[in-house]
Design a protein. Structure first.
Ligand code: CO
Length: 683
């Protein structure tokens, strides 16, 4: 084995003399994309990136990842920010450093394969707006899904980075599917496609240091373009994996500035700068400059996002990845989904079921969107299956996956499951084997037509084409046709201070000033709310005696061990199913109003049980109505899907419980619904 990659240490006086390294390690910074996506639910706002952007431009990063992944979704959905504008704004401050984006190949920045015309337009516009490096991956590592976007990246004169998603079925690299040969063969495919660099994308932080060494070593022998390693800190192995990769000759690694590093994010850059100082891989970065950037972030930016950080545990690593191989983001989705469905006690069942569902579905890598597809279907199986029937509630995405719409799975899908899933699937019962987008009709012209008079340019049309429901709502906010709700507005440092004071008060039991007044006797109409503040749980009684609601503080006890940590500092009233009619459902203002806005839009008129005779179709989980597939008066068969409900980013087809005619429809597209809401009545 040659030692051309060996890290050499030169003797020198580091304070005076720091020669440029022969083969400096290149570093891509992920703070502005994967960093806040991993730690702060992608809620980072452009205005908070500007404060350090010019300083970051001086560091000498190979590239700065600023876009892609979940940013496009989160920005238009939760932040009322135009995703395209972010690139243009940041470009004004980061003038020298190339911009990278994470592109989900034919999925672009969404959760399904889009038609070729949308994919071409999207990449072209991303390049025009300022993206230089297109880090491209496919959730199934089916590179036929690269065939449309890569030529556009090349035509625009941009850098095509081909990713191989790192996945495992065993505790370490190996086994029948994801072994060293698998990665070597994938790298050869990417080389053939003209990749300008090749990235091992370890989205779950699974890669063990010696496996990283082996892969990088093998890839360096077969490709001449730079090899890049992307790994998450989640399991605690990433820093070791990076160091071993450096010893194996990796060209580029991914890091974050320290305030955005570790936990489910990435290793921090600063320790690498110091570890490699004076070696032939010295980054050349100025540690003092990095320190100054981090100081500003700590002081002016991170306090606004702290409440989003899951820091309920002492440990900053998540050993579930080592035990269950559940990627961090997927785990938090599962926990949220179970919590919303009041079924957190089933988490261990979900862990047990997950490898089975994954195997049934072709041992897919677990990365967006396959991680959600497998995760949500697993939860559905655990909650809705019984001994007589498996896969009772199938998401539309699982149907698409079984049909072949995402591409070829690493191993074939269980034929029994596939048969059941594709029964009466709208595209047909026989799966396709061609490149998925070949069966997709062009979508761009229809999108243009749909938002005529609302969209001003192609960028607007693409927001709608990728996210029809939330995208259209965003365009209405953008052009002043609809008032954005208060929860999409940014937070100031003053807001943060006020919230912290309120939480401190709540924790001290002084949330509701009660001492001065004598409490009236409790009446029959007293309703009880559960209020969670961090790990503490309050039971609050609410009664309406002639006008304004009175909040009476009942008792407090610490949340029991089985109650999970609440991710946000939310004071969320949880309405019990027996609560009174919606008119009185306003959350008790002293408790909730100034901390977080009510979580769900209420839809007062329809929350009540419908009078119409017939069988109600109730929502099995909280979510958003994507569409009704039937109209009033239409007849339906038992089991035929009636409503498409989006929950956890998956579209669930809800089947009719009976055969009959649609009597009432209680919601419309875009409405948020709670678990148990009657969506329609079939009689
Ligand atoms: Co990542």
């Amino acid at each position: 084995m040659s030692d051309h990659n060996k890290v050499e240490i030169t003797k020198m006086d580091y304070s005076k003399d720091r020669p440029k390294a022969k083969n400096p390690l290149r570093v891509m910074d992920l703070s502005l994309r994967d960093g806040h996506q991993s730690l702060f639910a992608t809620r980072g706002r452009t205005e908070d990136m500007i404060s350090v952007a010019e300083m970051m431009d001086e560091v000498g990063f190979w590239a700065v990842e600023t876009w892609g992944g979940a940013t496009f979704d989160t920005m238009h959905r939760f932040l009322n920010e135009d995703p395209w504008q972010r690139i243009r704004t940041l470009k004004r401050y980061l003038k020298k450093t190339p911009f990278a984006m994470l592109l989900r190949a034919q999925n672009l920045v969404g959760y399904r394969n889009y038609a070729d015309d949308v994919a071409r337009a999207f990449v072209d516009r991303a390049a025009a707006n300022g993206i230089d490096v297109f880090r491209t991956f496919d959730a199934l590592n089916d590179f036929r899904n690269f065939e449309t976007v890569v030529p556009v990246i090349k035509e625009c004169g941009k850098h095509f980075q081909g990713c191989i998603c790192y996945s495992m079925t065993e505790p370490r690299m190996g086994g029948d599917v994801y072994n060293l040969d698998y990665y070597i063969n994938k790298a050869k495919e990417l080389k053939k496609m003209g990749a300008d660099s090749i990235c091992i994308k370890d989205m779950a932080g699974l890669i063990a240091p010696y496996d990283a060494y082996a892969i990088v070593r093998a890839l360096k022998d077969i490709v001449s373009v730079p090899v890049h390693l992307h790994s998450h800190f989640t399991s605690g192995m990433a820093c070791m994996a990076h160091l071993k990769a450096i010893e194996a000759g990796v060209d580029i690694i991914d890091t974050c500035l320290s305030p955005y590093a570790y936990r489910t994010s990435h290793p921090a850059v600063e320790p690498f700068v110091m570890a490699l100082l004076g070696t032939n891989r010295d980054t050349g970065f100025d540690i003092k400059l990095l320190g100054a950037i981090s100081e500003i972030l700590e002081r002016d930016v991170l306090p606004k996002y702290r409440h989003l950080l899951d820091d309920k545990k002492m440990s900053i690593i998540d050993i579930n990845v080592l035990l269950h191989q559940t990627p961090g983001g997927m785990l938090s989705n599962l926990v949220n989904q179970l919590r919303e469905m009041d079924a957190l006690d089933r988490l261990n069942d979900v862990y047990a079921e997950l490898p089975k569902v994954r195997k049934d579905l072709g041992q897919v890598p677990l990365v967006t969107p396959t991680s959600q597809i497998v995760g949500v279907q697993t939860v559905n199986n655990v909650l809705f299956d019984d001994e007589n029937e498996q896969y009772r509630m199938i998401t539309d995405q699982v149907k698409d996956l079984c049909y072949g719409l995402y591409g070829k799975t690493p191993v074939p899908i269980n034929p029994k499951v596939r048969g059941k899933v594709l029964k009466s699937y709208s595209r047909g019962e026989n799966p396709i084997t061609c490149r998925p987008a070949e069966v997709l009709e062009p979508e761009l012209e229809k999108a243009r037509e749909d938002v005529k008079g609302l969209a001003v340019d192609l960028d607007d049309v693409l927001i709608y084409a990728l996210y029809p429901v939330t995208g259209k709502r965003f365009l209405k906010w953008k052009y002043g046709k609809e008032e954005p709700p208060p929860e999409v507005k940014p937070k100031s440092l003053e807001d943060v201070k006020a919230e912290q004071e309120l939480i401190a008060k709540a924790l001290a039991g002084r949330l509701v000033e009660k001492a001065e007044k004598e409490a009236p006797p409790k009446g029959e109409n007293l309703r009880t709310f559960n209020v969670f503040v961090d790990d503490e749980y309050f039971e609050v009684g609410v009664e309406e005696p002639g006008g304004s609601p009175v909040v009476s503080y009942v008792r407090q006890r610490p949340a029991s061990a089985s109650v999970p940590a609440v991710p946000t500092a939310a004071l969320t009233p949880v309405l019990s199913p027996s609560t009174a009619p919606p008119a009185a459902l306003a959350p008790p203002r002293p408790a909730a109003a100034s901390v977080t806005p009510p979580v769900k839009e209420s839809a007062p008129a329809v929350r009540e049980k419908s009078d119409a005779d017939g069988a109600p179709l109730t929502s099995p989980m909280p979510g958003m109505i994507i569409s009704y597939q039937k109209h009033i008066g239409d007849s339906v068969k038992k089991g035929e899907s009636v409503v498409i409900l989006e929950a956890m980013k998956m579209e669930n087809a809800l089947p009719s419980p009976v055969a009959g005619t649609i009597k009432t429809i209680n919601f419309s597209t875009g409405d948020s619904v709670a678990k148990g809401d009657v969506l329609c009545v079939i009689g």
